[in-house]
Design a protein around this ligand. Structure first.
Ligand SMILES: Cc1cc2nc3c(=O)[nH]c(=O)nc-3n(C[C@H](O)[C@H](O)[C@H](O)COP(=O)(O)OP(=O)(O)OC[C@H]3O[C@@H](n4cnc5c(N)ncnc54)[C@H](O)[C@@H]3O)c2cc1C
Length: 390
């Protein structure tokens, strides 16, 4: 097949991976991006979108300038088989290639939970009011979301009493060095955030998550905690329930999809999957989803050109940028020097040596670097540019 002959590629889901892929293929083929939301949601900024009203607007970015040739259809896929996507409206889209990019759900406020941006913004504003009025806040979950939310809350309201309760033995479980966790614990302590590891509530608070209302909850140890509002900071769940029988064989019990090295669903030639829904053994991050999108776009170009040798995806080292508010936090970045130019690397090393900072030797970047990498602007410019709204 000639590359000038255009073919439909249906991309199901317009999150981080879906928009990157749709944009990559817009010039070579007919891209149809299917997405129920009326705007892209920059989830990375969602927690600040709760605490700072300026960010509530910034995290919703229109799709209208993403594609020049392709189309964004506002609808939801309810059934996907090897050659077509059926939408909630009843429309059926036939496609030569299908890329599944439906991501994962997560409790509010980390994810907006509704498809309409005006309704989502109202929810963020209303919950901010409940939070502003609270003297004490309970966060259930000590992973990146719980910690980031604690950092955002204490940056805006330093006097609020924030407590993190986590079942795990320590904060941010996973393959990170203990020194990374220790640095985060040190900063949380300095912010006055209380962390209770290895702990859980005997029963859920009587108020709904994010709702104003003072309550007392009991830990498994018998200790009683009183707070004015609480948030659930755990519970990511991949969205893959729409797969028809011929594709469902790739679906694991936990909802994630088995893919080949070139990110096709196992047993499928023309159906790919990317991002949070895949069972690729790596941290589920926007960076991984866009890395998948680049490999899949190259693969589809190869297939359109008549080739059959597709490039394989190789997961990167386990890294994480974890801000605690705009100016705090820490980053674990093995191999960080490969991602910056020699001058920047020399500057970072010098800066770290001047401060007597030994963390860099363990590939841990300090609060200032974390702020530059993510905390200050939450990478919003990068995604606004990709969506043509820079
Ligand atoms: C608070 C928070 C902060 C984060 N910070 C970072 C960070 O700093 N760096 C980082 O790399 N990662 C971060 N992440 C993780 C990152 O957001 C995810 O890994 C990323 O969103 C995954 O991208 P994706 O393309 O797989 O899915 P998503 O971005 O979740 O997009 C999926 C899209 O599919 C759509 N969809 C769902 N069902 C259907 C359907 N049936 N039909 C059509 N469309 C559908 C959804 O509406 C959504 O738009 C953060 C996550 C959270 C919650």
């Amino acid at each position: 097949m000639s590359t000038t002959m255009r073919t439909t590629v249906a991309v199901v889901g317009g999150g981080y991976g879906g928009i990157a892929l749709a944009k990559e293929l817009d010039d070579v083929t007919d891209v149809v991006l299917i997405e129920p939301r009326d705007t892209f949601v920059h989830n990375v900024a969602a927690l600040r979108g709760l605490t700072d009203p300026r960010w509530t607007d910034r995290m919703f970015i229109p799709y209208d300038r993403l594609l020049s040739r392709g189309r964004v259809i506002r609808d939801k896929a309810v059934r996907v088989d090897a050659t077509s996507v059926t939408l909630a409206s009843g429309t059926r889209i036939e496609a030569a290639y299908i890329v599944l990019a439906t991501g994962s759900s997560y409790p509010f406020p980390a994810k907006a939970g509704v498809a309409d941006s005006a309704t989502a913004k109202e929810r963020y504003h209303a919950t901010r009011k409940a939070l502003a009025d609270a003297d004490s806040v309970l966060l259930l979950g000590g992973g990146p979301v719980g910690l980031e939310l604690a950092g955002e809350i204490t940056s805006v309201w330093p006097d609020k009493a924030v407590t993190i309760v986590t079942r795990d033995d320590d904060i941010v479980p996973g393959g990170y060095p203990d020194e990374f966790r220790a640095e985060l614990r040190r900063q949380l302590d300095a912010m006055g955030v209380r962390v209770l590891p290895g702990a859980h509530l005997r029963e859920e608070p009587p108020t709904g998550a994010g709702e104003a209302g003072t309550f007392t909850a009991t830990l498994q140890t018998g200790e009683r905690l009183t707070a004015d509002v609480w948030f659930r900071c755990f519970g990511a769940s991949p969205v893959t329930g729409y797969l028809a029988e011929d594709l469902a064989a790739s679906r694991r019990e936990n909802g994630r999809l088995d893919v080949t090295a070139d990110l096709r669903l196992t047993g499928q030639q023309r159906v790919f999957a990317l991002g949070d829904i895949t069972a690729v053994p790596e941290a589920k991050q926007a960076g991984a989803a866009t890395g998948h999108a680049a490999v899949i776009a190259a693969g589809i170009r190869t297939l359109l050109d008549g080739g059959d040798e597709l490039a394989a995806y190789r997961p990167g080292p386990p890294g994480i940028v974890l801000p605690l508010g705009p100016g705090g936090g820490a980053t674990y970045a093995p191999g960080w020097e490969d991602h910056v130019d020699a001058e920047t690397a020399a500057h970072i090393r010098r800066h770290s040596a001047d401060r007597g900072d030994t963390l860099l030797q363990l590939d841990i970047l300090n609060a200032e670097m974390t702020s530059q990498l993510k905390g200050a602007d939450l990478m919003v410019g990068e995604y606004a540019d990709l969506l043509g709204q820079g």
